[in-house]
Design a protein around this ligand. Structure first.
Ligand code: ZN
Length: 119
């Protein structure tokens, strides 16, 4: 009898903490929705876009970082392609988009390891 009541109160405790976690998750989700609301105004969207582009240029020049806007990436395959594409840019800064560049991206996707870029 004692064991049963203990196990009962234990599962109640779990339900309680699960409910609390759910409440916190809901709060976070609401907060993020308010923060990242998509504007319907064209000029606001253009302003955001130019800020993102400028932020990307800043991180690339200042920190050698490539900024990838994951909101624009629909699936994992596209993400992988984008990451490899950007890595090829960093490894081969002297090659611009084109057949040769795409060939390198395909090789990268197949797992080719390139020697580090030497200036
Ligand atoms: Zn590119």
């Amino acid at each position: 009898m004692k064991i049963k009541s203990r196990s009962l109160s234990n599962s109640e405790g779990q339900d309680n903490s699960r409910m609390q976690i759910q409440q916190v998750e809901d709060k976070i989700e609401k907060f993020l929705e308010r923060k990242f609301r998509v504007s319907r105004s064209y000029s606001t969207k253009m302003t955001y876009r130019s800020h993102i582009v400028r932020f990307g240029e800043f991180t690339r020049i200042r920190y050698n970082l490539v900024f990838i806007n994951v909101r624009k990436i629909p699936d994992e395959k596209t993400l992988e392609n984008t990451i490899v594409h950007e890595l090829i840019h960093m490894r081969f800064p002297y090659i611009s988009h084109g057949k040769r560049f795409n060939k390198l991206v395909r090789r990268g996707l197949c797992g080719k390891i390139f020697t580090p870029y030497q200036k």
